[in-house]
Design a protein. Structure first.
Length: 189
């Protein structure tokens, strides 16, 4: 099956198509959007976030997922592929065969020139509507900068930035790590 431009798909049709698609698509409101490839630096930064969080959460009832697992935002009839996400629920342990998470505590997106606007607007809006989400994290791939939108209950969302030399606090999962750890193996100083 090949997708025609502006073809409206049901969620079931999208999920069936995505199982055999040669490359990944995100889905929003009936439309599927092909995802662009990432750079080596983008991949390294996302991988560092995944490894650091996985190691820090080892032994806890949490799981960390990387870019091949979909995040379902039911309110928006959307499926996204975050770079990294963490969940600490029974769903994560019980549904190991699933390719979909719907209740993350933490979502991390590494910014790319082609996706930054979507990450900052559409995904920020969609992710913050997830009842389980406590933190949405934007990581620059070009400079040592991490931005966190942290849920403050009924008060709203707190915006925090971290820069070189800082220790990034992922309060949603109780993990703190030096910002340099996210950029290890890259040319970003």
């Amino acid at each position: 099956m090949q997708l025609a431009e502006k073809q409206i798909l049901s969620e079931a049709e999208y999920l069936a198509f995505e199982e055999t698609a040669p490359f990944r698509h995100e889905y929003v409101g009936g439309e599927a959007y092909a995802m662009s490839g990432g750079t080596l630096r983008h991949n390294r930064v996302a991988g560092n976030a995944y490894i650091s969080l996985s190691l820090a959460l080892k032994g806890r009832p949490c799981q960390v997922f990387m870019n091949d697992v979909k995040l379902h935002v039911a309110r928006d009839s959307a499926y996204y592929y975050p770079d990294v996400m963490a969940t600490c629920s029974e769903q994560a342990s019980a549904a190991n065969e699933s390719q979909v998470v719907s209740n993350p505590l933490l979502v991390v997106e590494v910014l790319s020139p082609s996706t930054e606007a979507t990450d900052r607007r559409e995904k920020l809006h969609a992710y913050r509507r997830l009842p389980s989400l406590q933190e949405y994290v934007l990581v620059s791939q070009d400079t040592q900068q991490v931005e966190i939108y942290r849920c403050q209950g009924d008060i709203g969302w707190l915006y925090i930035t971290y820069e070189p030399g800082d220790v990034v606090e992922f309060a949603s999962v109780g993990v703190a790590l030096p910002i340099a750890e996210l950029y290890a193996g890259t040319d970003v100083a």
